[in-house]
Design a protein. Sequence first.
Length: 159
Amino acid sequence: MTTMYHRLLADLDAAGASYRLIEHPAEGRTDLVSALREHPVAHAAKCLIVMVKIGKKQTRYVLAVIPGDARLDLAAVKDLFGGSYVAFASAEKAEDLAGTVSGTVLPIGYHDGLDLVADPSLRDAPELYFNAARLDRSVAVRTEDWVALAHPRFARIRA
């Protein structure tokens, strides 16, 4: 899993992103790690992997990124992709697609099998915070630098 950590840092550096690393006790729950990082929970990038069934034969996986104090609107994700069914991906599938353990999913779609969708309200935060593919280290990055690096599709997906 440290491979994704090093890839993230290399990509941030290559993009000239303004960021800083924050070391903290190992924690993957958004509300608790936000307190450890000492920032508003709304400034955390909560990353959830969702399975969307489109008809009977096609399945897509979505990396949904929402503010840390929000809930994901699964119906909005389903509608966005014209799906017939939506559910959170299994932990095993999510970890496989993310390349990281649960609680450390990056808000960057590194896997070709993931569609990255972010709620536009994330742009309200000057900086976004997320675990850096590790439970004991986080990144605080300027929101505009994250947008430039990740190239998310923006759609209202928070409940």
